[in-house]
Design a binder for this molecule. Sequence first.
Ligand code: BGC
Length: 716
Amino acid sequence: MYKEYQKEAQKIISKMTLKEKIGQLNQITITPYMNDIKNLHSMIRNGEVGSIILASSATAGNDPQGHVNVDLYNELQKIAVEESRMGIPMIYGRDVIHGHRTVYPLPLASASAFNDSLIEKCYRNIAEEATADGIRWTFSPMLDICHDPRWGRIVEGPGEDPYVGAQMAKACVKGFQGDDLTDKTSLVACAKHYLGYGFSEGGKDYFRTEISDATLQNYVLPAFRAAVDCGVGTVMSSFNDINGIPVSGSKKYLNDILRGQLGFEGFVVSDWGAVEQQEAMGFAEDRKDCAKNSIKAGLDLDMCDKCYIENLEALVNEGQVSEETINLAVERMLCVKLAMGLFQRPYGEKHDYDKEMHLADARELAAESMVLLKNDGVLPLKKDANIALFGPFVSERRSLLGTWSLDGSEKDTPTICEAMSAAKSGGKLIVHNTNGLFDNSEYLSTDADVIVLALGESHWTTGEHHSVSDISLYASQIDLINRMRSTGKKVVGVFFCGRPMALEGVVENLDAVLYAWHSGSETANAACDILFGDVVPSGKTPVTFPRKATHIPLYYNITASSHPVNGYYGDHPQDNYTDSIATPLYPFGFGLSYTKFEYSNLVVDKQEITLEDLKQGAKFDVSISVTNIGDYDGKETVQLYIRDKVASLMRPMRELKGYKKELIKQNQTTNVNFQLSYNDLGFYNENGEYLVEKGEFEIYVGENCLTENKLSIKVV
Ligand code: BGC
């Protein structure tokens, strides 16, 4: 896809000076030059800038941002195109992560929707909006699988499951890039952070990782494989090391695995400063050494730390780096620029888009992302009920947008209080923002039929550089819940969070729990859609919710242990811990509805299949009937897991291999079918070779990863 432009790129490269080539590998941020614009102009004119990042700092995710300015970008582009000797356009990139002007749910929240086509549609909308502001490249999707919710960046990714990661990768890349990369609304995607960043020890940001090659292949790489398979244009190399080797200086990860094994054809950009950081990490002597490591490893574009522009020329002249290595990196840069038609259309083109439709899609995805964790019958609420709405999130706007909402408008984001008063058709709405010094919530609740508490965590505890050591709910919020419980009224907790929080001892004192996440511009409206029953909840957890923070790491796709312990799958005589029960509070894939689904009739169309037939493309069908036996039409995400009982590499006790989200009307039965093939049954060995081994495979189909609907098939 990108390699078809190789010849054209090489033709351009043959006319370039070494300096101009190195300029293509240099990405700068314009913020420091805003008072020195002449200097910026001359750098561009001299061919020293291949790309501009539209971010104001190295940790821009929670920064208050200035808005984008397409006229300025076009003015600078004009200099690159018309006044530089080679006339090569620059590529502008921005962190358009889960929305642009319209903000969609955080990626972790979107993953809860288990609705790939809706996610793809929303990411297409995002691309339409970003390109209208002159942005043609985004640093998204983030595909870091993570087992530790203390990590602030878990919110930016798909959660704990490689299959969900791969589905998200496809939906986001297809949505961003569209069908035709040259279209003015196409946004080149960037799969990040390659590689293993989500495995940072203790959830500490920028920290070390220890990842075995087998874990890398089976947990960490699948989402990147999927992104590459659907043509992602760029990949971002991460800050972390794996087993003592910084990824941004590693030929093994950047070249051998990414290009050799995965077949990636686009260019690799470093994360911000990830080249120079090798010095701090004790992997390079100085900045020059950093540049040498990275360019040799296969890192093409240096984000913001100037290591390349300052050192590559000398490294080539001294014979430490060959010009051929530089040419290769430039070729990859140019192939992407050519593939996106940047030479023909270098300028940002303002265009209209259907803002209302984008908001409607954001509301739909937000509602599908929210997970109903508990409901003792209090939900849905009556629109004319007397409702007391209390808690620290009653008037919150910014956190609802979530981290990395650079261009979302806080003031246009309704609060839960505004959304609720718009949704109600009568009765009182008694509002108290329980955030101050004086709290008379008990007294205020006297007239209420039901109490709704708006709870959660600020966006300041999520995102880059914002890890936390404890995912327990704040003591003040627990106190509020307990006090409201003592009123004897029904109490509903709505949690606006970026990560799973440890809620043992909390949910017991609530009659209903809606996990609303930081779901973007329409968070509050979508939450009200669910609270009042206009939308029947259908989100499912893409990460495990531990009972206690101290149970981390806790994730569903674990291998069996030598002694049957009570870790994830049921009650065993031995407990992991002597002081608590270490099963999850809510397992992976869990989520309630207002209606009820009954599963029956799980069947497979054969008991045995030969490995040879599988290799030749044979498939087998698994199906199950799902009946809506409740009082509402509703959507159910039917999930299929496998377990390879015996293998040469221990396999997880459950591995998600498919899901289907179906709307099932009241009293209706739907047959849900899955087809499994060679690609679903195997695993990668540590050398990256894919294997399917003979033996028994258990297949589970049901409502979450603990489903007991099971059959088996033999591969012979
Ligand atoms: C973050 C990336 C981001 C980049 C550019 C880095 O600090 O780790 O996720 O894309 O900055 O803003």
